[in-house]
Structures are given as C-alpha cells and as structure tokens.
Design a protein around this ligand. Sequence first.
Ligand SMILES: [Zn+2]
Ligand SMILES: [Zn+2]
Length: 248
Amino acid sequence: MLDLVLPTVCEECRARSVYRARTADDAPAHIPRVLCATCVGRLSFMENPGCTHCQRKLATSQAPRRCTACMRERTALGSCTAQVAFTGNAEKWIHAFKYPHQGIAGLDPAPIAIAKALARDAAQTSPAPFPDVVVPVPLHVRRLRSRGFNPASQLARAIAKQTTSGLVTDLLLRHRDTPTQTNLGRNARRKNVRGAFSCTRNAPDNVWLVDDVVTTGSTLEEAARCLKAAGAKSVHAICIARTPERFR
Ligand SMILES: [Zn+2]
Ligand SMILES: [Zn+2]
C-alpha cells in the first residue's frame, strides 16, 4: 500500500526509470534499483529454487533439492547460489567490476553498483541459514598486490552489511596462486586447488563464503573443506554469477 517510489537512472541504458518497492518480501529486489525493467529482463537469472548446488532445474517432486548429478559428488558446501548466468551484459559488467580501467575511467560506479546489487540479491535468494560471518574467497597475496583489490571482498562487504553479520577477511588464507583453470577438466581442477587454502584460527559455526563467478565450484569446495576442518558446521557459497554449463 505504501509504495516507495524512487526515480532512478538505469546504469545500463541510462533511461530514467521508476523503482517501486511494494513490500518487503518483494525480494530479491536490489537489481531493479540499478537497472530498468528492460535491462533486468535481458539478464538470465539462475533457476530458483533449482538444485541447491548447481542450480539446474529440478523435477517438482524431486527431494532433497539436489540434482542426481550433485548427489553423486561429495561436497563440503551446504549450498552454492549464484544470481545470474555469466553471459551477455552480466559478463560485461562483472568483467568491468573485476578489471577496472586505469585512471579516471576506472572510477565508473556503475559496474560496482550492479555487482553489489547482484550480491545482495544472491544473498536473499540463498537457502542458507543466517551466517555468523561472511568470508570472501581470498586472492593470493601476489595476485592481490598486482590487482590492488579483491573483488570478492567488496561483494562480501555488501552482503555482510545487509545481513548485519561480520565481514572476516583474515580467516582464510590462500597459499597458492592457482593458475587459471578454464582449460582444465573437473578432476584436474580439484587436484589443482588441493591445499591452496588454510585457516588462521577456528572458524565460527555458520559461514557464508563469497566469490564473484563460480565455474565448477572446485575453488569454493576446497575453501569450504578448509573452513570445516577449522570447525565450521556449515559453509554456504554465495556468488554473483555462474559460468553457463557449456563452458564448464
Ligand atoms: Zn536500462
Ligand atoms: Zn545439481
């Protein structure tokens, strides 16, 4: 009844649009605050609720909510939620967010606003219980130095703020700078990330693990294994995008 009406400018097409938040359960509702309805319509959203781990569409009667392929895999993750497919405009914006231009062009707030809106929406979509802490997947110190920032930390900060839980960036350490895994098969990727992480202290019970793009999930899986070895009871992954299946 009490419509909150905010005039906004779409970050994608610069069209003036009107954002209406009708009810609190109009969720997830952060992306319509930064993109107009047309540009939201061009994103391909992941299946929700689909398989809790790969977000494939499930037959309605299928329970528990993991697909048969995921049921065959051992996993340290309670779930893995991404908001959109890493394709089209989402891919363009996320790339701009992760690799900002040098100088003044790198200060464009649009990719950051879109990435953070996707992160907040992914957090709302997630079936995970409320977290004690929000932990970004760390970059290796060498990569962090050359990049200047960890995109996953920025997303984790936005999620921690929304859930009013603590952001913890020094619990998980990355020892090995794993080379890009795009050309590796599933088993090779798992092997590639083995022992890549360690924890600096005991982990709290419920951890949300945040990354930008999930491909096979082997990095998240290894980080979750490490957090559980450090005492976490549940680890749920929250990402903004997922690589389409044909590229995995
Ligand atoms: Zn637009
Ligand atoms: Zn699945």
